[in-house]
Design a protein around this ligand. Structure first.
Ligand SMILES: C[S@@+](CC[C@H](N)C(=O)[O-])C[C@H]1O[C@@H](n2cnc3c(N)ncnc32)[C@H](O)[C@@H]1O
Length: 169
């Protein structure tokens, strides 16, 4: 696909994330995704690490983890990969193709995430998901699997309200 074809694909649909696809094309997301990076303390170098991105949506954070050298990235989602419009999951696929990404996509609800269903990871990104939870403790239990490996990489858990709070400091 050439730049013009990619541009046509990108700009003919709505996006949540702003992802730099190269060649001057940045997905026109409603969310200022890059600005959040300064708040989540994602290590600059993720070489050799495995990363789970729960609620990945268009995949901004999954692709960023891959860009930072993660050995394996698994992006999971459910609602926003099987609705319509911005939540049809096509955004993730378009960005994935355009970036030549190796991020693995898994359609699975948070409630079903466990070592058996997705594996065990060094870093778990659980961003902007908790406030959707009818049962937040259940969601946190699903995201806690990172601890099974017990290595000293950060476990990152945050939601949009947390970002807003940080932004005001
Ligand atoms: C506001 S978006 C956050 C996207 C991204 N993580 C970020 O921080 O920019 C919330 C995402 O969580 C997903 N999500 C919410 N509840 C979920 C559930 N129970 N199972 C799977 N995905 C869920 C939505 O589909 C959506 O993609």
């Amino acid at each position: 696909m050439n730049t013009e074809q990619l541009s046509q694909k990108v700009f003919s649909r709505p996006w949540f994330h702003r992802i730099d696809l190269g060649g001057g094309i940045v997905t026109p997301g409603v969310d200022n995704s890059p600005s959040k990076l300064q708040h989540i303390h994602l290590p600059e170098d993720l070489t050799g690490k495995s990363v789970l991105d729960i609620g990945a949506y268009d995949g901004f954070f999954s692709f960023e983890a891959e860009r930072r050298g993660a050995r394996r990235v698994v992006a999971t989602d459910q609602y926003c990969w099987k609705l319509t419009g911005m939540g049809d999951g096509e955004g993730f696929k378009i960005a994935h193709d355009a970036l030549g990404s190796r991020v693995e996509a898994k359609l699975i609800p948070v409630e079903e995430i466990s070592p058996e269903t997705v594996g065990v990871f060094d870093v778990v990104l659980f961003l902007g998901v908790l406030y959707h939870a009818p049962d937040p403790l259940r969601y946190l239990r699903a995201a806690r699997w990172r601890f099974w490996r017990r290595i000293s990489t950060p476990w990152i858990t945050a939601d949009r309200r947390w970002f807003s709070t940080l932004g005001q400091r």
